[in-house]
Design a protein around this ligand. Sequence first.
Ligand SMILES: NC(=O)c1ccc[n+]([C@@H]2O[C@H](COP(=O)([O-])OP(=O)(O)OC[C@H]3O[C@@H](n4cnc5c(N)ncnc54)[C@H](O)[C@@H]3O)[C@@H](O)[C@H]2O)c1
Ligand SMILES: O=c1ccn([C@@H]2O[C@H](COP(=O)(O)OP(=O)(O)O[C@H]3O[C@H](CO)[C@@H](O)[C@H](O)[C@H]3O)[C@@H](O)[C@H]2O)c(=O)[nH]1
Length: 328
Amino acid sequence: MKVLVTGGAGYIGSHMVKLLVEKGHEVLTFDNLSNGHEWAVINRQLVVGDLLNYKQIEEVLLDFKPDVVMHFSAKVVVPESVEKPLLYYENNFYGTLNLLQAMKRAKVKYLIFSSTAAVYGIPERVPVKETDPTNPISPYGWSKLFSEQAIKDFGRAEGIKYGILRYFNVAGADPDGKIGQVSKNPTHLILRALKTAKGELPYIEVYGTDYPTHDGTGIRDYIHVMDLCQAHLDVLDYLMNGGESDVFNVGYGRGYSVLEVIETVKKVTGVDFKVVYADRRPGDLPQVVADATKLKTLVGWTPKYDDLEFIIKTAWNWEKNYTYKACL
Ligand SMILES: NC(=O)c1ccc[n+]([C@@H]2O[C@H](COP(=O)([O-])OP(=O)(O)OC[C@H]3O[C@@H](n4cnc5c(N)ncnc54)[C@H](O)[C@@H]3O)[C@@H](O)[C@H]2O)c1
Ligand SMILES: O=c1ccn([C@@H]2O[C@H](COP(=O)(O)OP(=O)(O)O[C@H]3O[C@H](CO)[C@@H](O)[C@H](O)[C@H]3O)[C@@H](O)[C@H]2O)c(=O)[nH]1
């Protein structure tokens, strides 16, 4: 198959490209490198372009003629979206509209979209099901929910099959150690904790200790990036074999608190780093855990790495061997 991956130079997209290439597919990445890296695209098939520039994406799709588009590109930092909402609506929602329009022109028939647990807002119950109410509390979450709606309407009108994947907290790195998450200013908990263990940050802050959870800190469902990428292949297979377009949660169904994650990072790294209690971060939710029954039963997704320690080990293996400058 020919697969166009938007955001394929970023953290998750680059792992997807690796998996697709390993499975023998022809893969082209489209990325503006605003938060991606050329070296991360392991097959070196990269077009540097911006989804906000309609002509650029149209030209690439008309030229490459993919069977499938996997759409990862987005701005992804929840608190930044609270500060700069229009940046997120423009980049994530308008960028998606451009992509859909170009897909129509190029007659692409399948789309897999990176959505997020943030579309649920504060869940009424945990674990959360796909049919539960969506009420995001951040512009990031809304930009993804608007995109979901546009994809559903567009899919119906144009006969394009889609899989909308609502990721929970993606973490870990390629177990082969070839690629991993890189950020000059990381915001994700596991990455920040690892950088603290490495001595690159003086301490890790715990954002909020008064949430209604067992230890007062935020709870998330951390999923290994390769299990997440496998879910994309499984959903695509399902759609191509007659399955209906649908929305799927992708998570393990188990939550860990911030303090539990920090303890596991200390255990894996063997470093007892400094922890500082801080205020809540704007836009953060108390608790989000997936019910992924639909993905497991309908699509047959079988995760392989459902183990927080393993997730952190793969991330640490990448982080400790990696120097940011070496990759520039
Ligand atoms: N990391 C998570 O825990 C998580 C959870 C839920 C959903 N997601 C979604 O998964 C996707 C990938 O996230 P990630 O963590 O790999 O982030 P990332 O920032 O590493 O990757 C996003 C990529 O998109 C590119 N990009 C951004 N705007 C673009 C534009 N206008 N045109 C072209 N390229 C553009 C960036 O350069 C980057 O390479 C995103 O859609 C994100 O919303 C991530
Ligand atoms: O230095 C830190 C960083 C984070 N946290 C907390 O750790 C948890 C996880 O935060 P983070 O790793 O930043 O992820 P989220 O804010 O949950 O967002 C991620 O997971 C969402 C899905 O749940 C995706 O939509 C987002 O794109 C992705 O960034 C939250 O309770 C944060 O408050 C800290 O206490 N200290």
